[in-house]
Design a protein around this ligand. Structure first.
Ligand SMILES: Nc1ncnc2c1ncn2[C@@H]1O[C@H](COP(=O)(O)OP(=O)(O)OP(=O)(O)O)[C@@H](O)[C@H]1O
Length: 860
């Protein structure tokens, strides 16, 4: 039983179809055998089945088959001379949201219109829904530019004589789909201007209208114009993708034979008559040359069929049409086979010619469907980067993918943006295309003037810096146009980055996190981060956390930091520098203001600077309204304690932190940490009588301001003394109570707090080494320094260890930039002691620490 017999049977059954039992009866075979045969033909796509008990089998109607066809599979050369063009077309279609506008370039009849339709089919498949395909041949209206504009963009009532009513243009019909403009270069300058406005802003005005209309279309322009012509350059500048189709002459012999065969097959099916074509005619057609390219070849095939049909005149339908050299000679053309082509022709053309039979269900001439066509669509459904990568590997080789990854990693560091896996895939895909093109000896894009705009300058510089690297790692030369396209890809993704990011940082366990949770719900597609600040965190720890949170919140457009932490308010520039992200700080950890900020971020109309400015205005209004209503409740300005130490960053801050832990002190006073480099007298002057006390390493002897050693903060006695100065000093002129503790006891109190001063160190070891340093210093003096001083030296040393452990650098002091300081006996003596202690703790001593320390070490 031949497959052909059963197919004929089904075909005769036509629309009614046939079931397995009837087929078995007619063919004289077992029903089981018929059922199996029919099922196999369904599997092979030669038949379709419908219904149940009995199942009926049909030949699939042509139109349905066409719709199901894999896009691009009907294009001869899809996996050969047009493979790269098709890849490029697919990439253009996949570009969000509506595809990249594309120019199809090539001589007349090379297949531009056909490619445009396949692009549309692919787009429908990609988006999973029908979208419009509207086409217009601009050449048809070349004599009447106004009519062309009105057809294309529509017109308002009265726009010109005869415009009696308002009319939509074809572009409106193409909204959300594809607008195919054939002979696009025939558009008048006005038409071009309107089209460019659609390309740049998605907007246009109808003829005679003033209102802007919005459309989202992918524009496909086709042109036969020479790619080097000035006119075309204007279009190429604005339309990012250009696909050049080869002429018929440039196609390989095998593809030309497939083209000829496809056209004969189409004719045979259209007429229902088998067509036999002799070897000579096939040779003639395969070598056929014409300026009209494939279009003319198709006409030539039709012409030969028409002559053949005339010859057949009167014969039975089943009798084939014979197309032989006799027929050709009726036309004006003759066959000339160049000797060097002879061998190749013999390989592809059968000696006995070829019969094109309309009953042949599967067109044996069509090429295998594109393997790669599945690649992009598989990618879209992939959840994990790994899955996407695997899918991509079917198409892009791993080293290309890795190169893309590496390039993006560099770019992301450089521009401080993160690129999604889609960008990675697009870049890998594009690099793959460059390589495929290079293999056939062409550049994918020689020039890309349209991408040479200033705004991509920094990305272009980046790509330029990497061309040598790409050349080495992928062995490709990147043309100017390709480099520009990569820059464009990088820049586009910058522009497409998310919105301004939001970070909340606040004192307290959950204050910032809960505010950020709320903001996160309002801004589902914006990264929101939080940092909860507690008093036992060192600034360096906090800084680390803050920088990492800023980076988490950043998606390329900078970060608004809402915080109530005074310490941060003046540090916008520093934060931006440390994190490399543009930051703006708002004193705004209050829900009402935060909600406003969320609103502005989600509207995505303001940049960080504008949001920050607007935020300050709102904040001021908020504070004013608050103050206006509750002016009687405004607390008086608090008293101030200066925490004063050598560096201003070590024990001064620890002192501040410990003091603030006491609720009475924190209620009554602000504490400012200062070091010996600060201009203490002028700060004291500004603070006036708010300045109540200096707690620190040394007494700066500010007139009228009492001093308490920083070791006091470690004992309740000391705290009591500080509170006395805050509350009572000056009122009753009482003398401060004496502290009766001796040095040993006081050192033990400090030891109990080492975890506060040096959280990164082993407490015991740190204490041991600090004692060693203290002893060595004391040894130097015959008349021992006072116990107070000794305890402060001890605290200072521990704080220094901590700074060295977390690599917190001291601000350099001018007087120490002179290297000769290093050769003094005192410097050498102190550094020796400190170095020995640091070595034990595996810390690297910094000269600046020695300099600062020296200031407070008395002479012998
Ligand atoms: N690669 C191809 N495979 C199969 N048929 C093709 C191919 N290229 C072109 N054709 C056929 O050749 C004919 C001419 O193609 P098409 O009209 O797309 O060319 P064109 O470049 O748009 O021409 P013009 O510039 O004259 O409008 C069409 O019938 C088309 O189906």
């Amino acid at each position: 039983m031949s497959e052909r017999e059963i197919l004929e049977l089904v075909e005769i059954a036509g629309e009614k179809g046939i079931d397995a039992r009837t087929a078995a009866e007619k063919l004289g075979i077992w029903q089981q055998e018929a059922a199996e045969l029919l099922a196999r033909l369904v599997k092979e796509g030669k038949l379709i089945k419908k219904g149940r008990s009995p199942i009926r089998y049909f030949i699939e109607p042509d139109n349905e088959k066409e719709n199901k066809e894999e896009p691009f599979s009907c294009i001869i050369g899809n996996s050969g001379s047009l493979a790269v063009q098709i890849q490029l077309a697919k990439a253009a279609v996949c570009y969000p949201p509506y595809g990249l506008h594309t120019l199809l370039l090539g001589a007349t009849g090379v297949g531009k219109t056909m490619l445009a339709r396949e692009i549309w089919k692919y787009s429908v498949k990609e988006r999973g829904k029908n979208i419009p395909f509207v086409s217009l041949n601009c050449a048809e209206y070349a004599d009447n530019p106004q009519l062309l504009l009105s057809q294309l963009f529509g017109h308002e009532k009265g726009a010109f004589t005869g415009a009696d009513f308002e009319k939509e243009g074809l572009i409106d019909q193409a909204d959300e789909g594809i607008l195919f403009l054939d002979e696009i270069h025939r558009l008048s300058p006005t038409g071009q201007e309107i089209l460019f406005s659609v390309i740049d802003h998605g907007e246009f005005r109808r003829l005679g209208g003033i209102q802007n209309h919005h459309v989202s279309v992918m524009i496909l322009g086709a042109t036969t114009e020479d790619p080097q012509s000035a006119l075309l350059k204007t279009f190429k500048r604005r339309i990012p993708v250009a696909i050049q189709l080869p002429t018929l002459e440039e196609r390989p012999i095998r593809e030309r034979f497939l083209l000829v065969s496809q056209f004969f097959m189409q004719e045979a099916r259209r007429t229902g008559i088998p067509i036999h074509v002799s070897k000579n005619v096939l040779e003639y057609l395969v070598l056929f040359e014409s300026d009209g390219n494939i279009g003319d070849l198709k006409n030539e095939v039709l012409l030969t069929c028409a002559y053949g049909y005339l010859e057949k005149n009167g014969k039975q339908k089943e009798e084939p049409i014979y197309v032989n050299s006799r027929i050709i000679s009726r036309g004006s053309r003759t066959i000339q086979v160049k000797p060097e082509l002879r061998e190749m022709l013999e390989e592809v053309i059968p000696k006995e010619g070829k019969l094109y039979d309309p009953k042949q269900i599967i067109a044996e001439i069509s090429e295998p469907a594109l393997q790669e066509s599945a690649y992009l669509e598989t990618l879209n459904g992939k959840e994990t980067v790994e899955e996407a990568r695997k899918a991509l590997f079917h198409y892009v080789s791993p080293d290309i993918y890795e190169a893309a990854e590496e390039l993006l990693a560099d770019a992301s560091e450089k521009f401080n943006v993160s690129y999604t896996k889609n960008v990675e895939n697009s870049l890998a895909f594009f690099l793959q295309q460059i390589i495929s093109y290079a293999r056939v000896g062409r550049g994918l894009m020689e020039q890309a003037d349209h991408l040479m705009e200033e705004k991509y300058n920094r990305e272009r510089r980046f790509v330029e810096q990497h061309t040598e690297w790409l050349r080495k790692s992928l062995k490709i030369e990147i043309t100017k146009g390709e480099a520009a396209t990569i820059s464009f890809l990088l820049a586009q993704h910058h522009e497409e980055q998310g919105k301004v990011g939001l970070l909340v940082a606040a004192y307290g366990e959950q204050v910032a996190s809960s505010q950020a949770d709320l903001a996160g719900q309002l801004l589902p597609d914006t990264p929101v981060a939080a940092v909860d600040f507690s008093l036992d965190k060192s600034f360096s720890e906090f800084k680390k956390e803050l920088i990492s949170a800023i980076n988490r919140a950043n998606s390329g457009k900078g970060v608004i930091l809402c915080t109530d932490i005074n310490l941060l308010l003046a540090r916008e520039a520093e934060l931006s520098e440390w994190s490399g992200v543009e930051c703006r700080i708002l004193p705004a950890v209050n829900t009402a203001l935060l909600l406003e900020i969320c609103k502005w971020i989600s509207q995505d109309k303001m940049n960080v600077e504008e949001i920050s400015r607007q935020g300050f205005v709102e904040y001021r209004n908020y504070v004013e309204s608050l103050f206006g209503k509750q002016s009687s409740e405004i607390p008086e300005k608090k008293s101030v304690i200066i925490a004063y130490c050598i560096t201003g960053t070590g024990s001064a801050k620890i002192t501040r932190r410990l003091l603030l832990e006491n609720p009475d002190i924190s209620k009554m006073a602000d504490i400012i940490p200062l070091g010996i480099t600060s201009d203490l007298p002028s700060i004291a002057r500004k603070l006036g009588n708010r300045l109540r006390l200096v707690v620190g390493f040394l007494d700066p002897q500010l007139p009228g301001v009492p001093f308490v050693g920083l070791d006091s903060v470690f004992s309740s006695e000391g705290i009591r003394r500080i509170l006395f100065y805050l509350r009572d000093f000056g009122k009753e002129q009482k003398k401060e109570p004496e502290i009766a503790l001796d040095m040993k006891e006081r050192l033990i109190l400090v030891d109990r707090n080492i975890h506060n001063i040096a959280p990164s160190l082993d407490e015991k070891k740190a204490a041991e080494q600090a004692r060693y340093v203290l002893e060595k210093i004391m040894e130097r003096y015959e008349k021992k320094p006072e116990a107070d001083f000794a305890v402060r030296v001890y605290i200072h040393v521990i704080a220094m260890f901590e700074r060295l452990a977390v690599r917190e650098k001291l601000e350099p002091m001018l007087q120490f930039l002179d290297e000769s300081e290093k050769s003094t006996e005192k410097f050498r003596w102190l550094s020796q002691i400190l170095k020995a202690a640091c070595d034990e703790l595996k810390l690297q001593l910094d000269d600046m620490e020695v300099y600062y320390f020296l200031i407070v070490i008395p002479e012998k």
